[in-house]
Ligand binder design. Structure first.
Ligand SMILES: [Zn+2]
Length: 405
């Protein structure tokens, strides 16, 4: 190569680095890396025959394969494959249930939001799983999940508005990315937290599945409102565990931002309409709640109302894979009526925006180089995503099943 062209390459590299590096950062240890594939999903749309340039753990540039012809980099062409942002799981209990983070990362989830469990500042995203937490779930004294799981670091009871506000401030100071609240009277048939006993018992007696009487105490609406108000003052959203009409009513009246589940019991149309009117986001968790009698109907009626769904499978429940849940993606496609590309957006760019980290879940310049690749075209077969062939976190390779070309 002649001196002039290598000088130009050097300049181009320096300008890329200037965009991505803080002034004080050391020169990157690894060469810039170019990954090309037949399809690159940038978080919003598919680009054919495209490539992403990665420097210092971030996406520096995304463009057609052609456009990089003159860039002097380490190139990996994945061929007939699809490159996508790493997936974001919005409902997990990874730490509480000791699910190995590296297993989840290897299976395509590069960011997890734990909503119930030990509180941490956000960490990872550097070759390790990026983990955001809510910390313990705010609840009424002796309220759910205390009856099932005890007074451990998964629950934080609050008795009045003042305690609620103090708890929210403490959680946010400790790193909470979201505030989680439980609005759960208990007893829904088919719900994992009901333990399945009420279900089988009702069947033995030849009756229809009838919910057990509600017994767990609920927070009063003024306390839930105080939680929402304090969280919003501190720039955090509030996610509610709810499963039936009483909890849903509390959530709607208190202005809760997000439902951590599709409700287990069928909700009245008026509640679903109000949720959509209030722009409530609904984390799907359909797979783990598939034994709930109301879930399918709720999803279909919410979808007809054009509700805003988010992807969450509830990693740490015993029936959910430790990674991308292909079944959850298929439920979103077939029950919520989403096109495959919309399902993938829901688990990537839409989740990043919901987390207030706008570039997370995209492959746009400046985004963390959290990405996955699968052989073939996942818009033709979402199940492929459950078995990624390449995973990268913060520009560091985690797995790579592609043979060098
Ligand atoms: Zn949960």
């Amino acid at each position: 190569m002649n001196t002039q062209s290598s000088f130009k390459r050097c300049l181009r590299l320096l300008s890329i680095l200037a965009l991505t590096l803080p002034a004080s950062a050391a020169f990157p240890q690894e060469l810039p890396l170019l990954i090309a594939a037949a399809r690159v999903f940038d978080g919003y749309a598919i680009r054919n025959d495209a490539a992403v340039l990665i420097t210092d753990g971030k996406i520096a540039r995304i463009d057609s394969r052609e456009a990089f012809k003159e860039v002097d980099v380490d190139t990996h062409d994945l061929g007939d494959a699809t490159l996508l942002p790493g997936f974001i799981e919005l409902h997990a209990h990874l730490t509480y249930q000791h699910v190995p983070a590296d297993t989840v990362l290897r299976h395509g989830i590069t960011t997890v939001r734990d909503v119930g469990g030990p509180l941490h500042q956000p960490y990872g995203g550097d070759g390790n799983l990026r983990l955001l937490t809510s910390g313990p779930i705010l609840t009424a004294p002796a309220g759910y999940p205390i009856p099932s799981l005890g007074e451990t670091d998964i629950a934080l009871p609050v008795a009045n508005e003042q305690q609620a506000r103090e708890a929210v401030r403490k959680l946010v100071a400790g790193g909470a990315a979201v505030i989680k609240v439980a609005l759960e009277p208990g007893g829904e048939a088919g719900a994992p937290w009901s333990g399945g006993h009420a279900h089988s018992h009702a069947h033995q007696h030849g009756h229809d599945v009838a919910p057990a009487p509600a017994s767990w105490p609920l927070l009063p609406v003024n306390v839930v409102k105080a939680i929402v108000d304090e969280a919003h003052l501190l720039g955090r959203k509030v996610s509610a565990h709810l499963a039936e009409p009483k909890g849903a009513q509390l959530a709607l009246d208190a202005g809760i931002d997000e439902w951590a589940h599709t409700p287990c019991e069928a909700l009245p149309d008026a509640q679903l309409q109000r949720a959509v009117a209030q722009q409530v986001r609904i984390v799907s968790t359909i797979d783990t709640l598939s034994k709930c009698p109301g879930v399918i109907g709720n999803i279909q009626r919410l979808a007809a109302l054009n509700a805003d769904f988010l992807y969450g499978a509830e990693i740490a429940h015993p029936d959910i894979p430790w990674g991308i849940d292909g079944q959850e993606l298929l439920y979103l496609q077939h029950l919520a009526g989403m096109a495959p590309l919309e399902v993938i957006r829901t688990a990537t760019s839409k989740a990043g925006q919901h987390l207030n980290i706008p570039l997370l879940g995209t492959l746009l310049p400046g985004a963390p180089a959290d990405l996955i690749a699968v052989k073939g075209d996942p818009t033709q077969k979402l199940k492929l995503l459950e078995y990624p062939d390449l995973v990268m976190s913060g520009g560091k390779l985690v797995i790579n099943h592609f043979v060098a070309r």
